[in-house]
Design a protein around this ligand. Sequence first.
Ligand code: NAP
Ligand code: ZN
Length: 348
Amino acid sequence: MPMSQGYGAQSATSPLAPMSFERRETGPRDVRIEILYCGVCHSDLHQARNEWHSTIYPCVPGHEIVGRVVEVGKKVKKVKEGDIAAVGCMVGSCRECGSCRAGDEQYCEKGAVYTYNSEDPVSGGPTYGGYSTDIVVDKGFVVKVPSGMPLAETAPLLCAGITTYSPLKHFQVGRGTKLGVVGLGGLGHMAVKIGRAMGAHVVLFTTSPGKVEDAKKLGADDVVISTSEDAMGAWKRSLDFILDTVSAPHDLGAYLKLLRKDGTMCLVGLPGVPLPINAFHLLGQRVRLTGSSIGGVRETQEVLDFCFDHGIAAEIETIALGQINEAFERLLKNDVKYRFVIDMSRPR
Ligand code: NAP
Ligand code: ZN
């Protein structure tokens, strides 16, 4: 079996360290991709450290993958050797259930196969992600990168981009919508850019006064420091839709109060602990609280095309794979503008 070199965690408390592991042979439906860039999502950190209590070790994270196709199986027509292709958070699903047929593979009734930390239906072993030299993926889960897109800046679209685009589209955010985005991190900064491109009035809520100017440059019409009760009070009952991207425990009620009647708050951030809800905050204005998971494969292609058409890409800082532990620590300190991307060509 071909060997891949990557960085993985052996336990919740061990730092990521170099490891080699087997990738399956390129089957008839498979595409082998040499990884050029991989974004660093906060989910990678949550999972490497078992914060969601579901990690299979060893764990090689990474689900914002852009690379070069180096081998394709006989049945693959979609891409050819030498093409630039991308892989997001999923590498498989049943493809037969209602969700899969609707293009919502992330809601597969039998459970989607995630790019890492899932069982590989072909090999039976764990799936390993993009903090590695190469990956073998079923053609149904490979998307094409439009020619001319900056590759490193495209990688974060494979998770941060699709995870924010999908709910904004599903809940029909557009011209006339007052959109609140909570948190200016990897997901949040994409939500600001995409929400603005969709025509919404974007109000960014941040705990970091140092991000105010950036938020405006990225496309926020208004910026609110969420730690100030007075500043928050000024937005009471004013927003149509709120996308909450926060990775840590925080007060949902403070945001539910900002929705107008029948408004919707959608959680995409995934803190490792349950967050309390006060029923008064829901029924007072009949507001809805919902959540959204990544997006389907077709929609992932759509977000790449949408971003290309609108000249949107992520704001990134590139790192070498060997700097991943330092990057995780900086992510926790909120010290990234606004996504780390591993450049596999950089020496360790
Ligand atoms: P990130 O880059 O670390 O951004 C998170 C942001 O949340 C920070 O930049 C910060 O923004 C804010 N924040 C952090 N700690 C906070 C606290 N204690 N109180 C209030 N705000 C705080 O993370 P990310 O990669 O964007 O991911 C965000 C979350 O989405 C993670 O939980 C991740 O697992 C989840 N996620 C979910 C999906 C999905 O399918 N739904 C997909 C990908 C990621 P400010 O400095 O502006 O306050
Ligand atoms: Zn992610």
